[in-house]
Design a protein around this ligand. Structure first.
Ligand code: NAP
Ligand code: MG
Length: 496
């Protein structure tokens, strides 16, 4: 374990893997330095699992699935474990939040109040769902009894990104575990430590040994090994479209396992003629910049009528000015670091390209920002680009950084066609007052989630996920259980 001395409070980082209910060394693994984007310093090492280690973790998961009694236990009992886990997460929320903040650079206050709050809520919500479900009887006659039951699929591999490392993780784990599966989790290489702590708390809450395993490693090796594994039944994935498709290939080339991809987005905020322009532009900018813009559902395009555009841009610039990069570990910070220097260079390049393509810089800069005292960190101030043309790269490709593109249109019909004019379809925001217009536009938008006069709202009941190249996996909601179960239909003659 490594102690982080310069954190505002001391945290012990777990390293290695978590298999069979304990922290283990990954024998012979490459040690990859994990660098905090806060200051560029190494905070610990990723013990990168190879294929043989992944095989071992899957075998442990399979054995636990077959023999631990977890899969056959009443769902209520599994739910009780999730509820207890939620309580332990709440007790350890500060350590978890500081770890996430160090790993990937988000402000520690948001790690605590947004991310960890969501993790606790998710575990508790699925745990409490357990006692409220019943399987339906299909036929109930004197001579026939027919029913279908949902049985756990078996071994689930969960492969997740770094931007909401623990939230994305429990969105997969809670329903998969509640359904009775064993899980092998591969966190992103940037965020290996927080996942180990989360798994340890799961064991303390009562998960049988081997039911939740964490394999830290690189995507192309450990991730691929899970994707191709013949004894993995389900892959549940959040990340980039390219990797999501790679998992579909791995499946096709191995055992045809089911793959649930939740991929990127290029979400639009559409401002209708009678909208409160200030509220709409504030929301679009805040939700383009939240988590340093590293959000699959970031509201990265603001689509406004010409008559509203100047006001909308001015408001977005006010939001940008109020969010300047600062030390993620300072509890007062509202805008932290970009996940790493490579990602930062990609953002700089995309903004520079947009300017070459004719966009104008209304706020921010195409160059990195420097936070005094943290010169080795990866910082980038929020950018507002005006006069963005919808066909240019900045308006088509995911930036995964704090960049808002303002696209000016002449009519609401043009707004809809621009909003729908990317290969993504994750989320959208609509702002207006006329209910009929809002309803018409909401129906016309090709997105998995539409927020009206708000953004990023909802609760655990509301499924989250996209269409088109944003993938088709849906997290949250009671239906997510079915991603991790198989239906068994039973038709029983009683008169023979
Ligand atoms: P990524 O490169 O696709 O990585 C996601 C996960 O897949 C990581 O654990 C990664 O491991 C692993 N991986 C990478 N390449 C792999 C391969 N060839 N085979 C198997 N596994 C592989 O995505 P990211 O850059 O970390 O995250 C940003 C992306 O995620 C964005 O596109 C964003 O929109 C999307 N995202 C979507 C949602 C959603 O809910 N729809 C939420 C958050 C993020 P390594 O860490 O070793 O690379
Ligand atoms: Mg990666």
């Amino acid at each position: 374990m490594a102690v982080i001395p310069d954190a505002r409070h001391e945290i012990e980082l777990r390293q290695g893997a978590y298999v069979g209910g304990r922290l283990v060394d990954v024998g012979g693994a490459d040690r990859v330095a994990v660098v905090s984007p806060r200051d560029g310093r190494t905070i610990g090492y990723l013990h990168a699992a190879d294929r043989a280690f992944v095989d071992h973790a899957v075998a442990v998961a399979r054995r636990a699935f077959d023999t631990s009694g977890w899969a056959g236990a009443p769902m209520r009992e599994r739910g009780d474990v999730l509820v207890k886990w939620a309580g332990l997460v709440a007790e350890s929320a500060r350590d978890l939040a500081s770890t996430v903040s160090l790993e990937m650079g988000k402000p520690v206050s948001q790690a605590l109040n947004v991310e960890l709050a969501a993790v606790e809520k998710c575990l508790r919500w699925y745990g409490e769902l357990a006692g409220k479900r019943s399987d339906a009887l299909l036929a109930h006659e004197d001579s026939v009894l027919a029913y279908s039951v949902e049985e756990p699929a078996g071994v689930v591999a969960a492969v997740v990104p770094w931007n909401f490392p623990l939230t994305m993780t429990v969105w997969k784990l809670a329903p998969a575990l509640l359904a009775g599966n064993a899980v092998v989790l591969k966190p992103a290489e940037q965020t290996p430590f927080s996942a180990l702590l989360l798994a340890e708390l799961g064991s303390r809450a009562g998960l049988p040994d081997g039911i939740l395993n964490v394999v830290n490693g690189l995507g192309r090796e450990a991730g691929q090994a899970l994707g191709r594994h013949p004894d993995v039944d389900v892959v549940t994935f959040t990340g980039s479209p390219a990797t999501g498709r790679a998992f579909m290939n791995y499946s096709a080339e191995s055992n045809g396992k089911r793959v649930w991809p939740e991929l990127g987005g290029k979400s639009a905020t559409v401002v209708l003629r009678d909208a409160d322009v200030r509220a709409a532009a504030t929301s679009a900018a805040e939700n383009a910049f939240f988590n340093q813009g590293q959000m699959c559902s970031a509201s990265s395009r603001l689509i406004v009528l010409d008559e509203h555009a100047d006001e909308a841009v001015a408001v977005a610039c006010e939001v940008a000015a109020a969010l300047q990069p600062a030390d993620p570990l300072d509890p007062a910070t509202g805008f932290g670091a970009i996940v790493g220097l490579d990602a930062l260079a990609g953002i700089e390049e995309k903004v520079a390209d947009a300017l070459e393509q004719g966009a104008t810089l209304a706020a921010g800069s195409s160059r990195r920002a420097v936070v005094p005292g943290l010169e080795g960190g990866a910082y980038f101030a929020p950018v507002v680009l005006d006069h963005v043309r919808p066909e240019t790269r900045i308006a088509q490709d995911e930036v995964f950084g704090p960049v808002l593109s303002v696209i000016r249109v002449a009519s609401e019909d043009e707004a809809i066609s621009v909003a729908n004019g990317t290969r993504y379809g994750l989320a959208a925001g609509v702002w207006g007052r006329d209910v009929a217009a809002i309803h018409r536009v909401t129906r016309a938008l090709r997105a998995g989630v539409v927020w009206v006069n708000c953004y990023e709202e909802g609760d655990m009941r509301l499924p989250f996920g996209g269409i088109k190249e944003s993938g088709f996996g849906r997290d949250k909601g009671a239906d997510a259980l079915h991603k991790y179960t198989d239906t068994k239909s039973v038709w029983m003659r009683l008169d023979g």
